[in-house]
Write a protein that binds this ligand. Structure first.
Ligand SMILES: *Cc1c(COP(=O)(O)O)cnc(C)c1O
Length: 392
């Protein structure tokens, strides 16, 4: 056993159940499974999602759809990014649902779907303030009319994406409300023209937590399913106390734990330095444990001298630069740590039995904070060479 990412599928199911309990059982759930399920393994997560009652999947690349279809996943798969025209034949043969933003691409899809004698489902994407994919609000009705006239296309959904739904800042709350107002107006105009907008959806994880009015027909959680609250509780101002209480009832647990192993223990004398760049000097005679995990595995180099691992429930700092394939941990002058012991690089936070003692923040969100990023980037960046080991 060397470095591995343990994926707790039972926690994933519990997280999905929590979201379902929050949004109500009649709403559809589209599992955001792009980027290899945020690093967790797309096929295994897809299977568990369907077992837990999810309705469909969101992907970013056609190849991700291909992987799921090859694994016999038959549920609807929505392609959330704008594909290249070269990929249209694959989209049709894999029966993916592209989101569409413009007349040119709608026409190209229709032409090829007609030639293949297929009826392709599409979702109209409306840009209400993210300025990424999606048509302008003023173009939405004309595009809906165009799709409606296409013999080989069927509009089965209408969507938008929220830019700051994960922020509890009052200005950001207002911005999200404005986005939703624009979206609902565009959807109503489509309905008023006698066109069925299909499944109407907008909510990512942030909106599942903070914006019930964004839940509509379907929610599209990603990070929340993998065990991280997109909204940080300590960021919530007092005026959101009610929401905070509701937020507390939404319990999710980190699905991934990155584990490594002590492969070597060595003695270092006071005054000696550890690793590249000599950024850490032993302040006393001590023992250093070597772990075969480095930045190539996805442990950010910026975490050098700023993060810790746990071994048998005790916390030990990473000292010196994190290397490509290895890192060094200070286990102290009289170590309890045995060679070949398992080390947790990140995983669940550790809550001590004594309530007076602080919680040890050991999850990917805390690691992300340490290196000024978001938990998404931490789990996505766990390299392919790290085996995923599934439990539950
Ligand atoms: C990735 C993505 C999501 C999921 O976002 P989370 O913040 O992980 O919940 C939802 N919708 C779209 C369009 C996305 O690209």
């Amino acid at each position: 056993m060397r470095t591995k990412a343990v994926i707790y599928l039972d926690r994933f199911k519990n997280n999905l159940d929590s979201i379902r309990a929050r949004v109500g059982k009649d709403r559809h759930i589209c599992v955001s499974i792009k980027a290899n399920a945020y690093g967790h393994g797309a096929v295994q997560i897809a299977k568990k999602s369907l077992e837990a009652g999810a309705n469909c999947f969101g992907i970013a690349a056609v190849s991700e759809g291909e992987e799921l279809r090859k694994a016999d996943i038959k549920a609807p798969i929505i392609l959330l990014s704008q594909p290249h025209p070269d990929e249209i034949s694959k989209i049709i043969s894999l029966n993916l649902i592209p989101v569409v933003s413009d007349a040119e691409f709608i026409a190209a899809l229709n032409k090829q779907a007609a030639a293949a004698r297929k009826k392709l489902h599409v979702h109209l994407k409306i840009d209400t303030g993210m300025a990424r994919v999606g048509c302008n609000v003023s173009e939405a009705l004309a595009l809906a009319r165009q799709i409606n006239k296409c013999s080989a296309l069927k509009m089965t959904g209408t969507a938008t994406h929220l830019a700051v739904s994960d922020s509890a800042d009052m200005r950001d709350i207002d911005y999200t409300k404005q986005q939703l107002t624009r979206f609902k107006k565009a959807v109503n105009a489509i309905k008023a023209a006698g066109i069925n907008p299909g499944i109407v959806h907008a909510a990512n994880s942030g909106a599942i937590i903070l914006h019930p009015d964004a839940w509509l027909d379907m929610v599209r959680p990603g990070i929340l399913l993998y065990g991280y609250k997109a909204v940080q509780e300590f960021e919530l101002p007092l005026s959101h106390l009610n929401k905070l209480i509701k937020l507390k009832s939404l319990i999710v647990d980190p699905v991934m734990e990155l584990k490594s192993v002590v492969t070597l223990i060595k003695k270092v004398k006071k005054g000696e330095t550890v690793s590249y760049g000599r950024t850490w000097t032993a302040y006393q005679d001590t023992f250093i444990a070597i772990l075969p995990v480095g930045y190539a595995d996805g442990l950010p180099r910026l975490a050098s001298n700023r993060w810790q691992v746990t071994i048998n429930g005790a916390v030990y700092p990473i000292v010196g630069r994190i290397c490509m394939d290895q890192c060094c941990v200070n286990i102290g002058s009289k170590p309890d740590v045995q060679r070949w012991a398992e080390a947790t690089v990140f995983g669940a936070n550790i809550v001590p039995e004594d309530p007076e003692l602080p919680v040890i923040m050991q999850d990917a969100a805390a690691l992300a904070n340490t290196v000024r990023t978001i938990p998404y980037e931490i789990t996505c960046n766990i390299n392919r060479r790290v085996p995923r080991v599934y439990k539950g």
